[in-house]
Design a protein around this ligand. Structure first.
Ligand SMILES: [Zn+2]
Length: 195
């Protein structure tokens, strides 16, 4: 027992020495590689913010979700499941037939904030048809968790009397840098907002 304590004390001393040495090395002029990795150990704030926002969206009764994909069936990549995974600190799953073929992606906090505020600030009741699931153009921001598709707005389907212009304007005001909808190729029946 005494021996183990001694060994532990030696280990602590060695660790302190290592930290001290590292600090000295980082302070010396040079590429600064010693100081850089420590910053990456900080837990990514965005991840927990995304979890909080995903929970808020799931608790918002004005936001609903498509129960099927356009072009295939995979429950694990449905938009509501993307939010459940995110709320639980996991990555959201893409669909097996999309370009990313069932890999996972983080839902972006700015995008989630925009989705939440479309209801809480702009009072749209809407249905999300996809986050990272489904099939999109290769290199689409959907696969980076930075885009949302909306297919129902206030009880009307997009392309069939829905107020898509108003929702598109709201996306822009909420910071979206690309917004597409009816009139844009491939968007006759849904609005795409990406951050
Ligand atoms: Zn889209």
């Amino acid at each position: 027992m005494r021996f183990n304590r001694f060994r532990a004390a030696v280990a602590v001393t060695a660790a302190v020495f290592a930290v001290t040495t590292g600090t000295v090395a980082a302070a010396q002029p040079g590429p600064g590689q010693h100081g850089t990795p420590a910053k990456h150990h900080t837990p990514p704030k965005l991840a927990s913010e995304s979890a909080r926002l995903a929970r808020a969206i799931l608790n918002d009764k004005g936001i609903t979700y498509a129960g099927t994909h356009d072009g295939g069936s995979d429950r694990a990549s449905l938009p509501r499941q993307n939010l459940v995974d995110t709320a639980n600190g996991r990555l959201a799953k893409t669909s097996p037939w999309g370009h990313k073929r069932g890999t996972r992606a983080a839902l972006n906090a700015q995008m989630l904030n925009g989705v939440l505020k479309l209801n809480t600030q702009y009072h749209f009741k809407f249905q999300v048809s996809e986050f990272v699931g489904g099939r999109h153009t290769s290199g689409s921001k959907h696969y980076q968790g930075r885009a949302v598709d909306v297919n129902w707005i206030n009880g009307r389907h997009v392309g069939n009397g829905a107020a898509h212009h108003a929702l598109m304007t709201a996306c822009h005001k909420l910071g979206a840098n690309l917004v597409l909808g009816p009139g844009d190729p491939g968007h006759a029946k849904h609005v795409h907002c990406q951050w």
